[in-house]
Design a protein around this ligand. Structure first.
Ligand code: DAH
Length: 344
């Protein structure tokens, strides 16, 4: 029995030595130390031994077990350490490798222009207002001195939703909404940027959806010269101090008198070229003195209050400022176009 135990011991130790991974080691453990293993079997036969032999063999069996178990544990520690080293080696980071580029987006050109316009007017004491894109016929037309059947309604082909509801064709309804909010006796100095919709066929200069920035100032003693001063300051800050402005008579139902504002052509400096079609001037917005009917409908007494209003298209301003030749670039999201206007 003694010999058998020693034989098992050297056999097991040899197998432990040969085990190259944790799985093989586990097999050795089960084979030699398990309940059905040969050592257990030897112990089971102890009953046949004499009284003197029993403790000696018992002690030996325990020693053999322990030495095998220790060998397995030592080997297991080694294998685990090796596995860990291998993993660390595989997962090690090469800090000298170049990093993956992170793509950083930026505001859309139109967003940047609108923010620039907002900043300019905030600097002149204006507040920023918003209004609904689904508008009532009343605010979009009637409150702006365009009663039903008025021929000037045809100037703005509209998307109607019901008889009384439409997608706003301009940001001017926000004039009426703002004045209504102010209860007819507070001064107003606001601009309203936002989306507008027209039943136009898209081409290089038309888009069925585009943006506008509306402006409105109402107070006592507001004069045409105030309008001119504000728009001049705006144009010079937006396009450069060397640019001139001029106001031409025009017509809008909600202003009287009405004007259109031109800025001198940057390309030719006013000489006349293909960009300004030989005139030396480029039209950038519509404006005028708020029509007394509009003031009155919004609850302001036109005998006491007067005001001016203007409306401009940020797309047109961006096109002029950056030489963009097609309004559709703003809406087709070609990343090559958009990227050119990302500020670093
Ligand atoms: N609402 C006009 C349009 O869409 C633009 C405009 C012109 C707005 C004159 C105004 C204004 O406030 O005074 O064509």
């Amino acid at each position: 029995m003694k010999d058998r135990l020693q034989e098992l011991q050297s056999e097991a130790l040899e197998k432990v030595k040969q085990s190259e991974d944790l799985k093989a080691l586990q097999d050795v453990r089960v084979a030699y130390l398990g309940k059905k293993g040969p050592i257990t079997e030897v112990l089971r036969g102890m009953g046949k031994l004499s009284k003197e032999e029993r403790p000696v063999i018992g002690q030996l069996a325990n020693d053999v077990r322990e030495s095998i178990a220790n060998a397995i544990q030592t080997k297991q520690d080694k294998l685990e350490e090796k596995a860990m080293e291998k993993q660390l080696e595989e997962e090690s980071i090469d800090v000298t490798l170049p990093g993956r580029p992170v793509h950083v987006g930026g505001p859309h050109l139109l967003t940047s222009i609108i923010e620039e316009i907002e900043d300019l007017f905030i600097g002149m004491g204006f507040e920023i207002k918003e209004g609904p894109e689904v508008e009532t016929d009343y605010y979009n037309f009637e409150a702006l001195n365009l009663p039903k059947g008025h021929p000037a309604r045809d100037m703005q082909d509209s998307f109607y939703i019901t008889e009384e509801l439409l997608l706003r064709t301009h940001t001017s309804p926000v004039q009426a909404r703002t004045m209504k909010q102010k209860d007819g006796h507070e001064a107003v100095r606001m601009i309203c940027p936002g989306k507008v919709y027209r039943r136009d066929t898209d081409d290089a200069t038309h888009s069925h959806q585009f943006t506008q920035v509306e402006g409105l100032v109402v107070d006592e003693n507001i004069k045409m010269s105030d309008l001119k001063g504000v728009l001049n300051a705006f144009a010079k800050q937006m396009f450069g101090s060397e640019r001139d402005i001029r106001l031409r008579p025009s017509f809008f139902p909600f202003t009287e008198p009405s004007v259109e504002m031109d800025i001198s052509c940057k390309m030719c400096g006013g000489e006349g070229c293909s960009v300004c079609k030989g005139t030396g001037w480029i039209e950038i917005l519509g404006a005028g003195m708020v029509h007394p009917n509009v003031l009155e409908m919004a609850g302001y007494d036109p005998e006491i209050y007067s005001g001016f209003a203007f409306g401009m298209g940020p797309e047109r301003i961006a096109m002029l400022k950056y030489g963009v030749d097609d309004i559709r670039h703003f809406y087709t999201n070609d990343i090559r176009f958009l990227k050119q206007y990302h500020k670093a």
